[in-house]
Design a protein around this ligand. Sequence first.
Ligand SMILES: Cc1cc2nc3c(=O)[nH]c(=O)nc-3n(C[C@H](O)[C@H](O)[C@H](O)COP(=O)(O)OP(=O)(O)OC[C@H]3O[C@@H](n4cnc5c(N)ncnc54)[C@H](O)[C@@H]3O)c2cc1C
Length: 529
Amino acid sequence: MLTPELLEAVKGYTANLTRDVTFVVQTGEHESRAELIDFLEKFSSTSGRLSVVERDDDALRGPASFLIEAGGQSTGIVFSGIPGGHEFNSFVLAVLNNAGTPVKLDDGLKRVIEAVGEDLHFETVVSLSCHNCPDVVQTLNQFATLNPQISAEMIDGGFYSNVVDDRNVQGVPAVFLNGEPFANGKIDSATLIEKLLAKYPNVARESSGSASLPLQDVTVIGGGPAGVSSAIYAARKGFAVTIIAERFGGQVKDTMGIENLISIPETTGPEVVKGLQSHLKDYDITLKEHLRVESVEQGDIKTVTLSSGEQIRTRSVIVATGANWRELGIPGEKEYIGNGVAYCPHCDGPFFKGRDVVVVGGGNSGIEAAIDLAGIVKHVTVLEFLPELKADQVLVEKALERDNITIIKNAASQEIKATDGKVSSLVYQDRGTGEVKTLETAAVFVQIGLVPNSSFLKGVVDMSDYGEIIINEKTETSAPGIFACGDVTTVPYKQIVVALGEGSKAALSTFEYLVMHAPEVSEEAAKAA
Ligand SMILES: Cc1cc2nc3c(=O)[nH]c(=O)nc-3n(C[C@H](O)[C@H](O)[C@H](O)COP(=O)(O)OP(=O)(O)OC[C@H]3O[C@@H](n4cnc5c(N)ncnc54)[C@H](O)[C@@H]3O)c2cc1C
């Protein structure tokens, strides 16, 4: 797993550790324990400050678990399993954050986490092929690093299948707080933080008061391709820019193969997100991640209120909040999320290895999901509501080439049923004959399109009947000084290149507004902000 090339790269990160870090491995027998110790010893060979000891420790789940100690003290961070695959970065980050590298989390959030005054023990069940899981693991590890009353354990469901069975886990990441289910399946760091802020509203309010930024020229809401493009273009004009991203990367994070990002013939979502991140870092832009914008108050100076309670005063706003998975809205969907109802085939597909599953939706994302799942599960049935598939012909042809994909058109999903709390069938109606049929299935992957993330702007800007923000060719909305771009708008064709282009357009229009049309802001008003 740790190749000489990877170890060489790790050396670059561990060269400047300022604290000793020890990996405490639980004693005992486990078939993969030798592999775990080999992994940790090789990793430790990259710095004189890293070491491995074997010891019985109450904090550890079993012989394939290890705890991170820094400066002789427990950090509260435990990995149960070998943190390879997508969790390798979580492991490296946990080591660096506890050996001198500051935790990169929004300052307001840091204050909230540091102020939590009770013991919180988080356990996160992951699969190493899950793309969303590292976000959650890293966020909880950062919490543990910031507050000694918080501890965080990553549990690889493949290593500890007893946890998966005992806790009925069917979707990852599955987060437990003090032994109770906390969040499951369709979650990310922002959801976790939101739940924590909801649990401690007073802490959030008190901690956010002192966090104010100076008056911003441009505040971009959304960290997908449209938002990042507009933030970079705005920063290149010399403006003070803040970008708020509930989930940096947006939908691109959920995309595996990308073949239409012109000039890059073939890439993946995570690669594009990495590119967006590093390009953004080249500019002096304030990034506030894992936070949701709750409201925008219109005025010469606009007020943007975040889920942490923090308020940002700004001369202009660019809305680039994209879209989210649409839910089916049928009985059984909400009830069994994480127990067979899933929205992310890349994350949850491996749980249904060798079983029959259903994908609802015959658009691009549905057919793409079916093709991905067909490589893992026994059989995929795609249900499309309309008499014809809406997906691109290339994708449909790929799906038809597989002998374990069946496509049923003109089918209205009616109910998801479960046995012993886990999805067991989907009831649908054949819209042609009216006949009601039942499909036995272990999982239902919902892929029926997207809803624009615009509800927080109701009454502030005009929207279409579908909730898309109405813009003109210059990305102007009905509210002066508020621009919008990308999938959240009425712009036709929701694509990455379109979002990137629209983002740049929004920033250039904002520039024009700020230099030519924006009301003068008095020195007092600016200072008050
Ligand atoms: C499965 C899948 C596959 C796809 N494949 C392709 C492809 O191959 N090629 C292609 O060109 N396009 C593809 N697309 C479409 C493409 O990903 C989108 O068109 C593009 O990401 C839109 O960019 P955006 O910035 O407008 O929105 P998004 O990518 O949706 O980003 C929105 C951002 O806003 C944030 N946000 C939302 N609400 C708030 C709030 N209240 N406060 C703070 N932040 C908020 C989100 O967290 C996110 O950071 C695919 C989409 C999906 C779902």
